[in-house]
Write a protein that binds this ligand. Structure first.
Ligand code: MN
Length: 307
């Protein structure tokens, strides 16, 4: 019976490549593992898969009656549908522990590092003692460059840098920063994309003290790229909020200036002030130095919501 490996909904490069890297590792261990994705690939992930010669993993958003493993998340809101009607075998992650529980013991490996790719590097090397195939190393390296925003994010650790250096060697990539910039440019592609697709390109829902809170993020090499899209994005964000959410946020992150212009629509604007110490006047507020949803958005917001 196949074991499905899935990253989170609205998959990013890490969620897709980690599913592939875990499936490849499991195959080495004799498990019939199948990498899956829970949604459409973003342009950066497409570029990465193409460069290292992988097809898109199969689309799967329901695990009823199946054996499965999760990578890059352990939150119910990001997990496949009917996660509790299948058999969860493993979670490999680098986020806060979410709200998924199991009736049986499972393999659980989470590390406070910048990327699932870094956790997987440790698993391949130190836990299972397997050689990482060059093309899989390329995927894991790309995920680290993406998740840590070329090592600039507050989430980036020395382990991420060391893993990236080692993986670049295995993958035969001489200039990983040049490759990272190429990826960043692909990630910044917004021209001609519907506002709704941009909001959900890299998007996560959270339960914050009983409130439904959505946070999307666009990482851009320049905010000029969205200058004439702001009104349309805001209008679409209002619709997303009206679909049963207390608040929705869209992080317009400038990876060169290293900060985020936060678009916010909320029932309670005081959470912005509580979380970030600045008042929301108008549609956005500039948050210097903020690049990470996981480390610089979610914790202060959870606190502001009283969690
Ligand atoms: Mn990740």
């Amino acid at each position: 019976m196949a074991v499905y490996v899935l990253g989170h909904k609205s998959p990013d490069t890490d969620s897709v490549t980690a599913a592939i890297a875990v499936a490849e590792l499991q195959k080495m261990l004799g498990v019939d593992a199948v990498a899956c994705r829970q949604g459409e690939l973003n342009p950066e992930t497409e570029l990465v898969l193409k460069k290292f010669g992988f097809d898109a993993p199969e689309l799967r958003t329901d695990v009823t009656g199946e054996k499965y493993m999760l990578v890059d998340h352990s939150d119910i809101k990001q997990a496949p549908d009917n996660w509790d009607k299948g058999e969860l075998l493993a979670i490999i992650d680098h986020h806060k522990v979410g709200d998924i529980t199991t009736p049986n013991p499972i393999f659980f490996c989470a590390m406070p590092v910048g990327c699932t790719g870094t956790v997987l590097y440790t698993l391949y090397k130190d836990v299972y003692k397997k050689d990482i195939p060059a093309n899989v190393a390329g995927l894991m390296l790309s995920a680290i460059l993406s998740d840590t925003v070329l090592f600039k994010s507050a989430t980036c650790t020395d382990e991420d840098k060391a893993a990236a250096e080692a993986l670049a060697k295995i993958a035969g990539l001489d200039d990983m920063m040049a490759w990272g910039m190429e990826m960043a440019k692909a990630k910044s592609a917004v021209e001609g994309v519907a506002p709704r697709d941009l909001i959900f390109r890299d998007y996560k829902d959270f339960n914050m003290s009983g409130n439904n809170v959505g946070i999307g993020q666009l990482e851009l090499v320049s905010l000029d790229l969205v200058a004439n899209m702001r009104d349309d994005l805001y209008a679409e964000l209002e619709k997303v909020k009206a679909e049963g959410r207390h608040s929705v946020f869209l992080m317009l992150t400038d990876i060169m200036k290293e900060g985020t212009d936060l678009m916010a629509i909320t029932d309670d604007p005081s959470v912005i002030e509580k979380a970030f110490g600045v008042k929301l006047e108008g549609k956005t507020v500039w948050l210097p130095g903020v690049m990470s949803r996981k480390k610089q958005m979610v914790p202060p917001l959870e606190k502001a919501f009283g969690g």
